[in-house]
Design a protein around this ligand. Structure first.
Ligand code: OSB
Ligand code: MG
Length: 357
């Protein structure tokens, strides 16, 4: 699926997304849906669309169908014998959750313990060709109602950029995301960001360096939020123990599924760590799962779960995800609450794999 506008980060440019929609069908013919959220190249995590396909087809589905399950929570343990490959696992696990919620005729967000039906949302804005262009995009997103703005930064596109944005929008909730573009030796630059009352700085340093993030956090007033660093419950414990961050961007796909999100949410609640729901520029199915997760109590800040029309001319769910006054109302319908638009799915599909058992 082609994006309306390319999304540019410190890593590079994303112009379109290839992914698999997982449809799981049970013995009664009830369907549940999940979405693989990795990108075509491993710039964000080590997974790709193709590794997702391989792992799902050859490893996860055989484990899933080996013997019947009574509850989607059983899947997590079954998948434990496969290391990592969290996005592959999440696509399958979340599809089964959708199926299970539909069978129980319950909205997924309620089934997983979510408490909010109305979700506050912000928007993540990629690097633009000029500051003037960035200010125009921010203006448009604010008039769409988004509650906070996240800017991508990288060395050379940081302090002066944020200064200009702050000058134009002195009071908006504003944050930045570096996608690991800095080193601890850039401390002086990062400290200059403290003057702009940012809500947080997301993933300034290397994805695998909890120690350096802890050292940086001690020398910054602005809260650090970790994104790419967090793949597991243990990563959360490490970050908390070392003081590597105060906030975590949780992506259901990055941590391997809904059950893992629930465990992380419980720990974060006990340890006073603020959570919010990030995005993978995913399409409607993945977005619907993100919204269900964002409904959990500890997800207290607006997420990156923007509306379908922030990304696509046409999404693959009906209704599309709508944002009004900076909020999404999760439909009170069984499962993810959105129907998969089979006509749209057919229109975008380039490959279909059927796995029987
Ligand atoms: O770092 O949060 C990120 C998009 C792709 C990969 C990583 C990130 C992002 C975003 C946008 O910031 C999230 C979205 O709008 O879905
Ligand atoms: Mg990020």
């Amino acid at each position: 699926m082609e994006y309306k506008h390319p999304f540019v980060t410190s890593f590079g440019r994303v112009e379109h997304k290839d992914f698999y929609i997982i449809e799981v069908i049970d013995e009664d013919g009830v369907s549940g849906f999940g979405e693989t959220e990795a990108f075509t190249t491993p710039w964000y995590t080590e997974e790709t669309t193709e590794t997702n396909r391989h792992v799902i087809e050859k490893l996860l589905v055989p484990l899933l169908v080996a013997t019947p399950i009574a509850h989607p929570e059983e899947i997590t343990e079954r998948f434990q014998k496969i290391r990592r490959n969290n996005m592959a696992k999440a696509a399958v696990e979340s599809a089964v959750w959708d199926l299970f919620a539909k069978k129980k005729k319950q909205p997924l967000y309620q089934m997983i313990g979510g408490t909010k039906q109305v979700i506050d949302v912000g928007v993540s804005i990629g690097l633009q060709t000029s500051t003037h262009q960035l200010l125009k995009v921010i203006e448009a997103k604010l008039s769409d109602g988004y509650k906070r703005v996240k800017l991508k930064i990288k060395p050379g596109n940081d302090v002066e950029l944020v200064r200009e944005v702050r000058r134009a929008f002195p009071t908006i909730d504003l944050m930045v995301d570096a996608n690991s573009a800095y080193k601890l030796s850039d401390l002086k630059i990062l400290q200059q960001l403290d003057q702009f009352s940012l809500q947080m700085i997301e993933q300034p340093l290397a994805n695998d360096d909890f120690v350096e993030h802890a050292s940086l956090q001690k020398q910054l007033q602005t809260p650090i939020c970790l994104d790419e660093s967090i793949h597991t419950y243990s990563d959360v414990k490490t970050a908390v123990a070392l003081g590597s961050c105060q906030i975590i961007n949780v992506k259901m796909s990055r941590v391997g599924g809904i059950k893992h999100v629930k465990e992380i949410e419980k720990y974060a609640t006990e340890h006073n760590i603020t959570l919010w729901c990030g995005g993978m520029l995913e399409a409607g199915v993945g977005r619907a799962h993100s919204l269900a997760v964002a409904s959990l109590g500890q997800f207290t800040l607006p997420g990156d779960t923007a509306a379908s029309d922030n990304y696509w001319h046409r999404d693959i769910i009906a209704p599309a995800v709508h944002v009004k006054n900076g909020q999404v109302h999760i439909p009170n319908k069984p499962g993810i609450g959105y129907e998969v638009d089979r006509e749209a799915l057919e229109y975008f599909s380039i490959e279909k794999i059927v796995l029987n058992n």
